[in-house]
Design a protein around this ligand. Structure first.
Ligand SMILES: C[C@H](O)[C@H](O)[C@H]1CNC2=NC(N)=NC(=O)C2=N1
Length: 97
């Protein structure tokens, strides 16, 4: 079972630009890329890491933007896995944004 995130982890997410989701213990961020193919490439790279972590995003792609929401379904809220995946996605996006 994933460890619930602590206040330090929540602050880290906020500092990295992840916003709280209204009405649920989750965070969201929208990435914008040069074009659709770059956005898709990001999703492909992120998908590989999600599988490695066995932790999967909720995401919505329109053209060159990818809206990502992270929460841990097993505990109904934010866990250390969300922080880990968020930081990984931020690094992957920085490579391709
Ligand atoms: C059975 C499988 O390990 C679980 O469903 C994993 C898969 N990926 C997951 N992803 C997310 N975001 N939350 C989970 O609780 C979760 N659980």
């Amino acid at each position: 079972m994933a460890d619930p995130i602590d206040d330090t982890g929540r602050a880290t997410l906020a500092e990295a630009g992840w916003s709280a989701v209204e009405g649920r213990d989750a965070v969201t961020k929208t990435y914008s890329f040069a074009n659709f193919v770059e956005a898709w490439g990001f999703m492909s790279r992120a998908a590989i890491w999600a599988e490695k972590l066995n932790h999967h995003p909720e995401w919505f792609n329109v053209f060159k933007t990818v809206e990502v929401t992270l929460s841990t379904h097993d505990i109904g809220g934010l866990s250390e896995l969300d922080l880990k995946l968020a930081q990984k996605m931020d690094r992957l996006a920085a490579d391709g944004e």
